[in-house]
Design a protein around this ligand. Sequence first.
Ligand SMILES: Cc1cc2nc3c(=O)[nH]c(=O)nc-3n(C[C@H](O)[C@H](O)[C@H](O)COP(=O)(O)OP(=O)(O)OC[C@H]3O[C@@H](n4cnc5c(N)ncnc54)[C@H](O)[C@@H]3O)c2cc1C
Length: 291
Amino acid sequence: MLPEFDLVMPENLQQALENLGQRNPGVVPVAGGTNLTVDMRSRRHTPATLVNIEHIQELTGILQEDDRIEIGSCVTIAEILKSPIIAAVAPALIEAARGFANPLIRNRATIGGNLADASPAADTAPSLLVHNAQVELWSKKNRRILPLDEFFVGVRKTVLQPDEIIKSVHVPKTNRPSASSFYKLGLRKADAISVASVAVYLEKKNGACGQVRIAMGSVAPKPLRAYAAEELLTGKHLSLKLIEEAAKLAAEASSPISDIRGSAEYRRRMVFVLTRRLLTHLAEMMELKDW
Ligand SMILES: Cc1cc2nc3c(=O)[nH]c(=O)nc-3n(C[C@H](O)[C@H](O)[C@H](O)COP(=O)(O)OP(=O)(O)OC[C@H]3O[C@@H](n4cnc5c(N)ncnc54)[C@H](O)[C@@H]3O)c2cc1C
């Protein structure tokens, strides 16, 4: 059974922010509720008041701007999956949505809730990290935009203040030839928490690798980028040997734990395998391979 709580149904963003701005740590936003209700049922989290932000118009919809797309924080995973705008700009995010939970959860779970919950296994995080996404945070008094890489602090910890909400997620567009991909390794194909996940973004420049970004999930206290591996590849022609070296660096950047789903050693090895697989796939797709 859920513990008792008050439910506030604000009509707009301003009203929601007023409620969260009461400086009472017992007041929290709820979107799809797929994480929060589980936490409340287990008494891990017992907020006195929930502010329902799910239907607030300013938090919904996917906007096209000249240089970026803006995904409202209450856009659901099911909506992401159907979005041609997201498919064109961030294909890795579509792949993450495809392997996310099950259809029932995808209909309720939001992108904002997934990031705010900050599980190391949050499926949208690696693909958003490789697309250099930013989060737009609003409180009653303040607005700020942060690179997603600076948003996560540790296991289920972010820089989000109690009076702040994620308003939207910005994903930059590029004119350069680019592609991205995401792979989630779970104990089964659907409805599974990832054992390890990797996303890769690759740009082509003068026939070689331009910008490249690699991010990983479930293998450290927070979703993280593999900067050394990225640096190794930037500006280079991609041979299988170079890809293997980069995959090795990505694995070295991980710091996984052993748990019921897999050992730390297995996870680190899977970072190597998935990074090599995605880099090889994207290099072939973009005719960047030098082998
Ligand atoms: C059966 C099941 C399967 C699951 N499978 C997966 C999976 O495959 N992959 C995966 O990544 N996750 C999975 N999850 C976890 C969960 O569904 C996701 O993390 C989901 O995206 C959370 O979104 P929500 O809208 O339901 O968040 P909520 O539960 O409403 O909120 C989660 C937390 O974020 C806060 N919050 C919500 N929205 C905002 C906002 N806009 N600004 C600030 N704070 C906010 C809330 O206060 C709360 O602390 C699963 C959960 C269940 C129950």
